[in-house]
Structure formats: structure tokens, C-alpha cells
Design a protein around this ligand. Structure first.
Ligand SMILES: C[S@@+](CC[C@H](N)C(=O)[O-])C[C@H]1O[C@@H](n2cnc3c(N)ncnc32)[C@H](O)[C@@H]1O
Length: 240
């Protein structure tokens, strides 16, 4: 049950897990963002998220096309299963962008979690500039807990803003999160606890958990990304 990356759709995977198993849920689900209308949402993930910036091509991923109503419904479906498999008091962290921030805070609460705040990932000044407008250089981590969150969890004070630039050599997914960012964020989990990521992508949460001495459990629909995650995890083992 520990340190295993599963294949397939996260909903049946979550349904197969026993109740009160995990100590933290830290995940970066499809945002269904990239535009306000169905035409823009239905663009390929590389078109939406790669900004034409790099020569490197990443595999596409699915599940990012839903409109607001169906995305909210889908989020609450799998989040309700997460609530069941988490221990009382366990923290939950959900990545999102500025467009989907309100939907994400709604979904978290509809599923039954207590919303406790928003941490900020500052991606730095390399993000596409916009003449006469603010640069959208942040993504957000909506966080909360399953019910009361006791202070006595052996977790210190954590920052609320994390500046971490995406480096090409550390980018394995079209929307990949930096390993060092994940190494910091997962510290909301009690030391040595079991961290669940049902949308593992290239495995950034799992790699960070392995590096920081946590147990982990993941699921990923894309076989291409699962293979990348397995390779990253295997390289870690090779260096330990
Ligand atoms: C935003 S990406 C996660 C990227 C990851 N944080 C990383 O750094 O590599 C979301 C991932 O969820 C996967 N996904 C989409 N729908 C899914 C589903 N129903 N079940 C499991 N995984 C799914 C996609 O294939 C994609 O890799």
C-alpha cells in the first residue's frame, strides 16, 4: 500500500483504498483552465500551458477540458473520496491558478474539508510579460484539513509564499512543479507520514516525499507520465 504508483483513473483508485489511511493529500489536478470558453479549454495541454516558450515537447494529458460546472462536479467527486481515505486532522493541498481559484476553494469545502488558507507559488519574473497588465507569475495552493487540525503534529512554522523558478533540467511534465517547491510544501505532513497524490504526473510530489523521508502513494492516468515518474523514482533509489 505504501510507495506505489498506480495506473489509471484516480476515482476508482481512491474508491479502492481503505478509510483513514493517509496523513496528507498533496496534489496538482488538471486545472481545466487556459481560457474562459469551451473552445479555449479544449485546446491541447501543450498549446494551453507551454506558452510556445521551449523547444522541448512534453506528452499531452487528458482531463483538462471540462467546463466550470462539470469541473466542479468532478472535483467534488474525487475530493469526497479523498476525505474518506484521509485521517482526521490530515492536511490537504490543491494546486490551482488564478482562473480556477474560486472553483477550487468551493470544491474543497463542498467535499467536506475545512478551508484554512492559500499559499502562493511565485514562479518568478520569467513568466510571460503583458503590456499594461500584471504578470500572472503565481499559482496557488488551496489548503485545508479534514476537520480540526491539531497543532501538536510535530510540524514547524511553514512559509506562505514560495519563490521557485521552473528550471528546464527539473521539468518533466508540461505543467510540472519544481522538486524543491514540492520538498518545501510536503512538510505540512507530519514527519514520516503517508502522502497521497492521485494526479501524480511526472511524480514531483512522490519524488519530493521520497527525498524527505515520507511514505507516498500515487495514481496517474497517462502511461507516458507514469513511466517518467517511475524513472525519476528509480534514479533516486540509484543515488541513495
Ligand atoms: C497538472 S498534472 C500534474 C503534474 C505534476 N504535479 C508534475 O509535477 O509532474 C495533472 C495530471 O493528472 C493526470 N490525470 C488527468 N485525469 C486523471 C484521472 N482521471 N486520473 C488520474 N490522473 C489523471 C494527467 O495525466 C496529468 O499528468
Amino acid at each position: 500500500m505504501k510507495n506505489k504508483l498506480h495506473s489509471g483513473d484516480s476515482l476508482p483508485f481512491l474508491e479502492s483504498l481503505p478509510a483513514a489511511l493517509v496523513d496528507a493529500l498533496i496534489t496538482d489536478p488538471p486545472y481545466a483552465s487556459g481560457g474562459l470558453h469551451i473552445g479555449s479549454k479544449n485546446r491541447s495541454t501543450s498549446d494551453k500551458y507551454q506558452n510556445g516558450g521551449t523547444a522541448r515537447k512534453y506528452p499531452e494529458f487528458t482531463g483538462d477540458h471540462r467546463d466550470q460546472r462539470t469541473h466542479l462536479r468532478w472535483m467534488t467527486l474525487w475530493l469526497a473520496e479523498c476525505l474518506r481515505v484521509m485521517k482526521d486532522g490530515a492536511p490537504i493541498c490543491l494546486f490551482t491558478d488564478w482562473r480556477q481559484l474560486p472553483l477550487t476553494t468551493d470544491a474543497l469545502q463542498i467535499a467536506g474539508f475545512t478551508w484554512r488558507g492559500i499559499a502562493v507559488w511565485d514562479k518568478g519574473e520569467g513568466v510571460r510579460p503583458q503590456m499594461g497588465r500584471y504578470r500572472n507569475q503565481a499559482e496557488y495552493i488551496v489548503w485545508g484539513s479534514k476537520g480540526q487540525m491539531p497543532n501538536e503534529r510535530d510540524v514547524g512554522v511553514l512559509r506562505g509564499v514560495y519563490k521557485e523558478v521552473v528550471k528546464q533540467k527539473d521539468k518533466f511534465h508540461v505543467t510540472g512543479k519544481p522538486t524543491d517547491l514540492m520538498r518545501d510544501l510536503i512538510k505540512i505532513c507530519k514527519p514520516g507520514g503517508l502522502i497521497l497524490d492521485p494526479f501524480a504526473g511526472s511524480g514531483s510530489t512522490l519524488v519530493a516525499a521520497q527525498m524527505e523521508g515520507y511514505h507516498w502513494l500515487g495514481c496517474e492516468l497517462s502511461e507516458e507520465y507514469k513511466a517518467i515518474a517511475i524513472e525519476r523514482l528509480a534514479q533516486l533509489k540509484g543515488h541513495s
